[in-house]
Design a binder for this molecule. Sequence first.
Ligand SMILES: Cc1cc2nc3c(=O)[nH]c(=O)nc-3n(C[C@H](O)[C@H](O)[C@H](O)COP(=O)(O)OP(=O)(O)OC[C@H]3O[C@@H](n4cnc5c(N)ncnc54)[C@H](O)[C@@H]3O)c2cc1C
Length: 403
Amino acid sequence: MGERSLLIIGAGIGGLATGCYAQANGYRTSILEMHSGPGGLCTSWTRNGYTFDGCLHNLAGSGSGSPFQKMWNELGVVPDIQMHAYTEMVRVERAAGEPLKVYADLEKLGRVLMRLSPADAGVIAELIESARKTSRFDMLGLAVTTPWERIKALTSALPLFMKYGGVTLEKFALRFKDPFLRQAFPTLMYDWPQQSLLMLLSFLAGLNHGDLGWPVGGSSALARAIERRFLSLGGEIQYHTKVKSILVEGNRAVGVTLSDGSEQRADIVVSNAYGPATIFDMLGGRYVSRSIRRYYSAPEPHRNGTSDRFWHRPHVSRRTPCDRLAARSACGDRWRNPSPPLRADFRFRPQHGAGGQMCRQSSAAYKLRAVDRSPSHAGPLPGRKGSCGPGCHRPTRETVRGD
Ligand SMILES: Cc1cc2nc3c(=O)[nH]c(=O)nc-3n(C[C@H](O)[C@H](O)[C@H](O)COP(=O)(O)OP(=O)(O)OC[C@H]3O[C@@H](n4cnc5c(N)ncnc54)[C@H](O)[C@@H]3O)c2cc1C
């Protein structure tokens, strides 16, 4: 059988990874990307010597012992990209008094919590002990382990699941007597109080192992590394190439129609674009089950830390004081909040970034970034609708090929 052709819509991390594995398995692969570069949501940029990371806080598998390492190696991310292991996960400050520094080292974290509130010794001991127990199995790594390893890990995790299954950060925080801990604890996971305590425990466990770090150079460096691997495997990427619809013959996807009206055909078409764009726009809503319709008609906000609704109804969905502060520093005076009681740390790390500076935003700023990337805001920034700005020109299509 001859080489089979594959078209992938979207050069985000999913599209690039699919392309790498397809090329490695003998497919002739072309990725169609409407933007000018790789990465999709996984993006970062530099301004005046600072690297602004609009995506990755914590990369699963950055630690050398993680089961994800094999995959990152196959995708050309390691060893090329150096991984930074955090010593601190997040910091919550207040107007006066010691901040809550959530250290990756569980012992150190226990000591900080005890110093902040000796009266909460019981809850603190339970939290640290539970994080230690979570360290014994890698919950985030389960996705890339064998079914047997998964069963073993899930069996040993069962008591924790039973105990904390329905416990959110907000709910657990009520157990602290100290008012500052009560207020700070729900913000620890991306300012998302409804996040499950189990997720925080997984993060604490991962960080304690030296995992969930940050790729030095930022999200775009990671995307560029996978793009390089894809091209070195002989793949092709067509940038500034927007897919309008998926061509279907006999209920089989056989190619795509581009926004300029031209067609491209292939044996297999994979869409790694956003779900509703693929299902309702590119396929015209012809292949929809009741559950798909229900899922997209009322998606849970913050299902994955960002809202599915960005695509259709860009907004900053929840504004805690921390959000407002982050939004203000990222976007000037768009939101004003003169005296926020809490603040998520921005983690300036002088040792990183192009000009020796590195700035990480907290979640609201990330959400704003996602808003800027939504179709209704593509091109001109919000507030400048319709005008492309001085020096702006319509991009022309560009193809990048591997050797
Ligand atoms: C703010 C934020 C923070 C995050 N933090 C983390 C983190 O710390 N750790 C972590 O692991 N993950 C994190 N994620 C999640 C992670 O970034 C995403 O899950 C991942 O990047 C999604 O990749 P993707 O390829 O599936 O989709 P996308 O990145 O959305 O890629 C889709 C691509 O398709 C292109 N496209 C869409 N429509 C068309 C079309 N019609 N024609 C051609 N091209 C098209 C788009 O331009 C885009 O490049 C974060 C996400 C966000 C938004």
